[in-house]
Ligand binder design. Sequence first.
Ligand code: HEM
Length: 186
Amino acid sequence: MIEIRNTNESYGIIAQSLHWLVAALVLVQLGLGLYAASLPVSLARLQWLSHHKSLGLAILALVLLRLAWRSLNPPPSLPGSMPRWQRSAATALHWMLYLLLLLVPLAGWMHASAAGLSVNWFGLFQVPDLISKQPELSDLLKTLHKGCVALLAMLLLGHVGAALRHALVLRDGIAHRMLPWKPRRM
Ligand code: HEM
């Protein structure tokens, strides 16, 4: 049966949908950012960066929605059969991922504001700047944005690796809690 809310055994369909939507958009966003930043100064670069900034703000909004939903729906607890250090490591990793999913777009938004490159959200409306135009601060914020992206990418690799280990090696049903179907043998 599909549950809307999280239960103690599994994530509900809202938490699962937000998880996979944010995961897919972050992957697209990493490619979009790397591609746009690789282009020479041109109209094309500005246009790709504009898509990147709009998508980044959409991801920020979805992450805030995820955190709000999570605060109303505590996640299923990790089984006591898992070593204590692994449960602590998993919890710490999840909070670091949330922190970076907030820091990365916020640093990008501040960098764009400081550089005087305000965001027009997918051509629909103008987004207010987060800080005033300060070219001397903009480079620092760009470095912060890129540094947080690199850390996020590393943690994502660790997160995916741990999920695959649970799904394919340990086969303990932990990874399937984020999937709408259950494993045949648990
Ligand atoms: C989860 C959200 C985001 C991710 C994963 C992300 C990722 C990236 C990546 C991978 C790059 C290329 C870095 C490099 O050249 O090494 C980049 C560059 C950039 N990002 Fe983001 N970004 C996000 C959100 C945002 C937001 C919300 C904004 C602004 C509103 C933004 C503004 C920029 C800008 C202006 C650059 C170009 C920096 C340059 O001039 O080289 N990003 N981003």
